[in-house]
Design a protein around this ligand. Structure first.
Ligand code: SF4
Length: 197
């Protein structure tokens, strides 16, 4: 599957970014997708090693879970004219002692506001994981990710906070059955509305 990354001029600039090269385990390879007509924005964490190698955002088990949560096919999910995929860090940050390192802190302040300014049709932004929630919800974020997700209605119509769909989060899902039972149906409706389906 090929993602038309270069339809959006700012992506060319991002593709040559070297801002945090000294802190990355590999040469920078920003993995994101955007277009000026996008209506849904997905703000995740940072690409894992597999996604960094493929260059395709969410082309892993987490992406499969996220598409299942949203009830979107791969074709719908990777339609850059409707869905923008912009993580908090665009390049694989490397491995830490317990999983991947956090997204590089330079990345979102450097690029996000310019990207968002170029996407004036965004109807809804999904904030996936604590880094995106802390950055975008700022003082409105709750003390825990669980509380932030449980209070998702407070952040509408602009934002919808979600847990990370990683298989490593199965334990969180089993401890919080309300998420799949009560939150996912609301999320799917909001996503359909945003996309105009
Ligand atoms: S992570 Fe972001 S800031 Fe760092 S090199 Fe990649 S694109 Fe640039």
């Amino acid at each position: 599957m090929k993602i038309p990354q270069r339809q959006f001029p700012l992506l060319n600039e991002i593709a040559s970014c070297q801002a945090c090269v000294a802190h990355l385990p590999n040469p920078p390879r920003p993995v994101l997708s955007a277009s000026s007509s996008a209506r849904l924005l997905i703000i995740g964490q940072a690409p894992g090693r597999r996604v960094q190698q493929s260059g395709i955002p969410w082309s892993d088990a987490s992406g499969n879970q996220l598409r299942a949560w949203l009830q979107l096919s791969e074709t719908q999910f990777y339609d850059a004219s409707r869905i923008a995929i912009v993580p908090m860090g665009f390049c694989y940050p490397g491995k830490g002692t317990s999983g991947d390192l956090p997204p590089r802190p330079e990345c979102a302040p450097l690029w996000h506001s310019r990207l968002l300014a170029s996407m004036s049709d965004i109807q809804l932004a999904l904030l996936i994981g604590s880094y995106a929630q802390a950055y975008y919800l700022d003082k409105q974020v709750k003390p825990t990710l669980t509380a932030t997700v449980a209070h998702h209605a407070e952040y509408l119509p602009k934002f919808f906070p979600l847990p990370h769909p990683s298989p490593r989060n199965r334990f969180w899902l089993s401890r919080n059955p309300w998420f799949e039972k009560d939150v996912l149906p609301i999320l799917r409706n909001k996503v359909r509305d945003a996309l105009g389906y």
